[in-house]
Design a protein around this ligand. Structure first.
Ligand code: AMP
Length: 467
């Protein structure tokens, strides 16, 4: 088999599988090496997908609690934790089978086991049981993703100090949970556990939740988290976590505005970012060194070792599933000599599926201003949206940032219902270098949430009709 392969992809997550399929479409013979039983990687099995199932369940719970507002009556509202977790795992299983089917359809050979490069640049695949096999191909693509990062000196023991992986399958709902880091992962779990009645303390070193995101969006989100009972504490840098197995408690120490302090919880969830899975791949023997945890690549995603490529979490931020998929497809095309080029990092949407959702694409107002660009900003508060009001979900904002000179869209941030869906229009507008007029003069259906983009574009240039 190994003589007939053109490309070995190591890692079957969203990056690796997109690369494998695209390479196969382009006529390469592809083998995909995956260590886990299921394809789909962290995103499908332990990240994006199961957490979206859980967050949907939290959303349904919140709606049920508001039944009266909609003129509906319910009995007592409760939950069965095992079923809550169970549903999210079923979603994963169904989708994982779909990825395997896609590989078969695209003639990608899936090889089970842990892959690593040998000094002679073959790929050795070590299965859980059975003998290692060696694959030789002209090209190897590393797509091994990342794993939850921790703080120096703090071990994620999976028991008292947990990562997102444990947090999505806890056998019992904790009464108290201290979440360290208010990035996408921390915020989503705060939103989920807050809805289910866990007392959540969310600790963030920076001055706002979702650091780097538009502060107006962060303010709306913080208010919603607090309404769910989440204690949001920003400007606190966690310095350590102590655990005692007897007391079943994690004690989180931090440096806050009033000096050192600590907070205790049944568990502490580490949500401080992602570390690349660059170890154990045999990189050092090939003279390939990860730089601050990142594998260096050129514009075609080729590392300094000819024929060895890398994409996704391995090569650094934005470490998002959809970035990895785009990079995987672009890398496959570069190998076939028909590159679409590297996706512009600024065009990659940022999506947080909390309640309310937050989504952004392109530059924030602050980033544009830091670059010295004169901007025009248009806002559309959802309180003015007929559709949002009809749905009883009118908390939020659509904000568009344009260059004042040419009226070109620079960025968008949306906080509110369906923000993660609505942001796609702004993404397309950015990709097409659309101006405010093109957005404002595109007839949007009424009543929809998406009208808000049209209104915000018009508002930026003083032509809003409905606000
Ligand atoms: P993300 O990279 O989006 O998953 O977000 C990780 C979050 O963790 C960021 O908002 C960081 O500011 C935050 N963070 C990192 N280190 C600490 C720390 N020691 N204490 C509190 N928050 C932290």
């Amino acid at each position: 088999m190994s003589d007939s392969i053109d490309l070995v992809v190591i890692g079957g997550g969203p990056g690796g599988s997109a690369a494998a399929i695209r390479a196969s479409q382009l006529g390469l013979r592809v083998a995909l090496v995956e260590a886990e039983e299921r394809l789909g990687g962290t995103c499908l099995n332990w990240g994006c997908i199961p957490t979206k199932a859980l967050l949907r369940q939290a959303q349904v719970l919140r709606l049920l609690r508001r039944a009266e507002e909609f003129g509906l009556t319910t009995g007592e509202i409760g939950h069965d934790w095992q079923q809550v977790i169970g549903r999210s795992r079923r979603v994963v299983e169904e989708l994982s089978g779909g990825v395997a089917a896609l590989m078969r359809k695209n003639r990608v050979e899936v090889v089970r086991g842990r892959g690593r490069l040998t000094p002679s640049r073959e790929v050795e695949v070590v299965p859980d049981d059975g003998d290692p096999v060696r694959l030789r191909a002209e090209r190897v693509l590393l797509a091994t993703g990342g794993r939850p990062a921790s703080l120096p000196g703090v071990e994620i023991d999976g028991e008292r100090v947990i990562s997102s992986r444990e947090a999505m399958v806890l056998p019992q709902r904790p009464d108290t949970l201290v979440i360290i880091g208010a990035g996408a992962i921390g915020v989503e779990f705060a939103s989920f556990y807050g809805a289910f009645g866990t007392r959540v303390v969310l600790l963030e070193a920076e001055a706002q939740v979702l650091p780097g995101e538009d502060p107006e969006a962060a303010t709306v989100l913080t208010a919603a988290l607090e309404a769910d009972g989440v204690e949001v504490r920003t400007g606190v840098r966690v310095t350590g976590v102590k655990t005692t197995s007897r007391a079943r408690r994690a004690t989180v120490a931090f440096e806050g505005p009033e000096g050192p302090a600590e907070v205790k919880g049944e568990r502490a969830l580490m949500a401080v970012g992602v570390t690349a899975n660059a170890g154990g791949l045999g990189l050092a023997a090939l003279g390939l060194r990860a730089d601050r945890g990142r594998v260096p690549v050129d514009d075609d995603y080729q590392t300094p070792v000819p024929g060895v490529y890398a994409i996704g979490d391995l090569i650094g931020p934005p470490q998002l599933a959809h970035a990895a998929s785009a990079e995987g497809a672009a890398a496959a095309e570069a190998m076939a000599g028909q590159g679409r080029g590297r996706p512009d990092p600024a065009s990659i949407p940022r999506c947080i599926y909390s309640e309310p959702e937050v989504a952004g694409v392109g530059l924030t107002q602050a980033q544009a201003e830091e670059q010295g660009i004169e901007v025009k900003v248009g806002r559309f508060p959802l309180i003015a949206s007929g559709r949002a009001r009809a749905s009883g979900d009118a908390e939020g904002l659509i904000k568009l940032v344009f260059g004042a000179r040419y009226g070109d869209l620079l960025g968008a941030v949306i906080v509110g219902p369906e923000a993660t869906e609505l942001i796609a229009e702004a993404g397309l507008a950015l990709a097409m270098e659309a101006t405010w007029e093109e957005l404002a003069h595109t007839v949007h259906a009424h009543p929809t949430l998406s009208e808000g983009l049209m209104e915000a574009a018009a508002a930026a240039f003083g032509q809003s009709i409905n606000i």
